[in-house]
Ligand binder design. Structure first.
Ligand code: NAD
Length: 267
């Protein structure tokens, strides 16, 4: 039987205390026997999240701060050893037209969604090289990196940068056997996503039904675990020859030229 076994390996998941995609990633890595190093901003929240998994430890720190990032890896090395897999999941959104956003909003978004991903990837690779070890990176992008909508231009550009960084680093790191890929989720169902929908429509349930039935080929909600499974695959030996790629987990959302209701009887 083919299996993914992460026993004895350390996986660092940024934004791991999040209730959305991060939770699905942590669950999937944990189910493969990996040791989880959960990073997030808030100590209580991170420690509480770590308690959900049998072999998980909280590593508090801000990924957008270079000193914090150095400390995160130092702390892990001293306590648990080398990190074998990095998942750059932490990210924030910005729901505002580009011409209406101010400089601090731009800086905050790019500091976390782009600079943070680079700082973590850079430090991850340096600790691998120092220890003469091999490990792999998965960055969490979004369908917005390629197709987007009003009020998402800056978020879309940040995620496009993440995919560019993924491709570029995959080339630079190939000779060391280090693979670097991305996962681009579509609309992932979580309490938080439902709250986000409620901020732009007064009929959130109808919007979510519409997303599922009209804007996806597969008519089910994408779960955080669906994203986690894709991450595990890319971190594992199963993806041995895959690097520089973005795996889209969107239930077919970005393939559609028209909403399904445009041609109601497809059969
Ligand atoms: N939820 C979706 O539908 C969806 C779709 C596509 C892509 N994504 C991406 O998935 C990732 C997770 O998003 P989510 O919706 O699950 O969000 P989430 O808010 O549940 O998780 C993000 C976590 O990141 C943490 N975080 C924020 N800034 C940080 C920092 N500077 N340092 C360390 N941790 C920090 C937050 O505290 C939070 O716990 C993001 O990169 C997001 O862009 C989400």
């Amino acid at each position: 039987m083919m299996q993914i076994d992460f026993t004895g390996k350390n996986f660092l998941v940024t934004g791991g205390a999040g209730v959305g995609v991060g939770a699905g990633i942590c669950e999937a890595i944990s189910d493969c026997g990996g040791t989880l190093l959960l990073n997030d901003l808030d100590a209580v929240k991170t420690k509480t999240a770590a308690k959900k998994y049998p072999n998980a430890h909280a590593v508090v720190g801000d990924i957008s701060n270079a000193k914090d990032v150095e400390r995160i890896f130092e702390e892990i090395k001293n306590e648990y050893g080398i990190v074998h897999g990095l998942v750059n999941n932490a990210g924030i959104g910005l729901h505002k037209n580009a011409h209406l956003a101010d400089e601090s909003e731009f800086d905050n978004l790019y500091n976390i969604d782009v600079k943070g991903v680079w700082l973590m990837a850079r430090t991850f690779v340096r600790q691998l090289m120092k220890a003469n070890e091999v490990g792999h990176i998965v960055n969490i992008s979004s369908v917005h990196a390629r197709e987007t909508t009003a009020k998402y231009a800056l978020y879309a550009s940040a995620k496009a940068a993440v995919e560019g960084l993924t491709r570029g680093m995959s080339i630079e790191l190939g000779e060391f056997g280090v693979r670097c890929n991305a996962v681009a989720p579509g609309y992932v169902d979580s309490e938080q996503s439902r709250d986000a929908v409620a901020s732009w429509t007064d009929k959130p349930k109808a919007w979510i039904q519409g997303q599922k039935n009209d804007y996806q080929s597969l008519r089910h909600m994408i779960s955080a675990r669906d994203c986690g499974n894709a991450v595990v695959f890319l971190l594992s030996h199963m993806a041995n020859s895959i690097t520089g790629q973005t795996l889209t987990v969107d239930a077919g959302f970005t393939n559609l030229l028209y909403a399904n209701s445009f041609i109601p009887n497809t059969q």
